[in-house]
Design a protein around this ligand. Sequence first.
Ligand SMILES: [Mn+2]
Length: 263
Amino acid sequence: MVILVDHRTLKLIHTSDTHLGDDWRSDLAETAFARVIDSVEHLEADALLVVGDVFDHARVPDRVLEFYLDQIARIDRPVVTLPGNHDLYHEDSLYLRRPFNNPPPNFHLLTGQSGQTISLSELGLDVWGRAMTQHTPDFRPLENMPEGGDGNWLVALAHGHFHFPEDTDLRSSPIQPEEVLGASCHYLALGHWERHCEVSQGDTAAFYSGSPLGSSPRSGHIGVNVVELDRIAGVTVNQAIIPLEGPLNPVPPEPAAVAGRED
Ligand SMILES: [Mn+2]
């Protein structure tokens, strides 16, 4: 009798805050996102998570929405998108415009305002998130997270502001440390901050990916979070730094030492 045990590691790429359609440097934002898409296949990831502020504002032209979907159509892995405060999900949302009428089959959008789970059964992965309709202190991105425990991995997506214990002011879409500590997910993929940052609490692995360009310590590079979920090794998160042009091989995160000495 052969006992099959699935020890396969699941690998996810996590990005956010791509701000496509940015009036200031939209070409660069698009180049960076295309590179994120390239990295999904190059790093042999199973899925891509895009955690809000995908688009810079609600008036971006249809061409930008089509660009996003065309990029997603280039890969044959699931792409789960969560709306953020720049691309809210409400009755006038850009996600309800014509280009989204016929998205590629691997495009998944979290639209549930009280929370929604998208089950990627072929991966044994449940992805949960709350679509933001209003960016206010009353919107709690982690509220109603399910318990999980059905044998699937549970990854939660949340777009909001993590409050460090010393923070006294309450910001919009707040995420409190105790909420992260008590979260039932195996990995909490966060968006809203430009920079890469770990905010894990207790056994809950929680990271901001940062925007592709803003999270990279090297100019001319993007940063993405590479999340590995393994039944034995647990959850491992690393940042991959990838050049905007040329070969896709990740480079060390620290910039090379500057030539010359100060002494
Ligand atoms: Mn945001």
